[in-house]
Design a protein around this ligand. Structure first.
Ligand code: FES
Length: 362
């Protein structure tokens, strides 16, 4: 279920100076497993010496496109070993270890819907947003979409050609506003700067035809952008939470604001016997509630547990609690319904009872 497959690359091309565009050739026997929904992502794995590195990258395609391929965009990060390798060393035809698509950043479309979708993306956050917007336009002929997309400069606008082609293809149904944060805008001062709650307020004034409260939002970018915009939409504009979907670039803690929560400090200090069910096998180990997460201890024990981000974002480490209780420190991935049904992110979990059993196979 959570296995990596070696998949051949069929396109490795430069999208901008610091972004590479990669396409995969999914072999016939994996086509079903790799069927995907708009807004989902792929986990990739690289082993560099002793290090087993996993990363998640959003699929940029929409399932309803003609011959949808599976393609991702990888932005180069200065300290990022995987992104540096993919940007600087990967060659066409190389194989990469890839897991089947996963993620919940999507809504369900219906041919009779007449809705407005609003994409709010910063930089490489465009990937899952454009995937959703394309799918909406393909599946719902009566719906329309706005995309507010911020980049540093005109040259760095990711997928500009493709996005402009979509505007032509879906004439009158897709409006795109490019915002530039480090360059003067060619058209209008309003389109300078980053996307923020204040900027969005001004943009809504400029486009009064947008049904702000009834629209469905797809947001992807840095955590402060997501938080600022979603708070503004919920509190100021009274947009129901179910109409606001967001996907983090990375765990907010990776952006420098990590600290142990008061709730974690307050859990009991106890020794627990943790049992994990993985691919029908059972594995047990002892773990102190205040020490490593269940996932980290399982990796320390060299168990075949699935993981990618280790930050509560990607959902790859999801398991269901079968016995006992755990404390989940962060959750940027599971829905309320999943949490209610006992699903947890094991990279964020600590046991709070003496016996805990988790099932990864569900
Ligand atoms: S490994 Fe990504 S949420 Fe746990």
């Amino acid at each position: 279920m959570h296995h990596f497959h070696k998949i051949k690359t069929t396109k490795v091309s430069r999208e901008t100076n610091d972004c590479v565009h990669i396409a995969f050739e999914i072999p016939e026997h994996l086509k079903h497993e790799f069927s995907f929904k708009q807004g989902q992502y792929l986990n990739v794995r690289f082993v560099f010496g002793e290090e087993d590195l996993r990363r998640s990258y959003s699929i940029i395609n929409a399932p309803s496109e003609d011959n949808p391929e599976i393609e991702i965009l990888v932005k180069h990060l200065d300290q990022g070993k995987v992104s540096t390798y993919l940007n600087q060393e990967l060659k066409l035809g190389d194989f990469i270890e890839v897991m089947a698509p996963a993620g919940h950043f999507y809504t369900h479309y219906h041919v009779s819907n007449q809705k407005t979708y609003i994409g709010l993306a910063a930089g490489s956050g465009i990937s899952p947003v454009i995937s959703n917007i394309k799918e909406a336009l393909y599946q719902e002929p009566l719906s329309s979409a706005y995309l507010f997309f911020s980049n540093k400069s005109l040259n760095e606008i990711i997928f500009k050609k493709e996005i402009d082609a979509l505007v032509e293809k879906f004439e009158g149904r897709l409006k795109v506003i490019y915002l530039l944060s480090r360059e003067k805008h060619f058209e209008d001062e309003l389109f300078e700067g980053r996307i923020s709650a204040e900027k969005l307020d001004l943009l809504f004034e400029r486009f009064p035809e947008i049904p702000v409260q009834d629209a469905t939002y797809f947001i992807c970018g840095p955590s402060e952008m997501i938080k600022g915009i979603s708070d503004y939409l919920k509190k100021e504009k009274k947009v129901p939470s179910l109409q606001i979907m967001y996907e983090y670039y990375s765990a907010p803690d990776d952006e420098g604001n990590a600290e142990m929560s008061d709730e974690f400090k307050a859990i009991p200090n106890l020794e627990s016997m943790v049992t994990l069910i993985i691919d029908d096998d059972e594995y047990s180990f002892h773990l102190n509630s205040k020490k490593k997460s269940i996932l980290d201890q399982a990796l320390h024990e060299k168990l075949p547990v699935p993981f990618a981000c280790k930050g509560g974002v990607c959902c790859t480490c999801k398991a269901q609690v079968m016995e006992g209780e755990v404390f989940m420190e962060k959750n940027f991935a599971l829905t309320d319904d999943e949490v209610e049904r006992g699903f947890v992110l094991t990279c964020q979990c600590h046991p709070t009872t003496n016996v805990v059993m988790l099932n990864y196979d569900v």
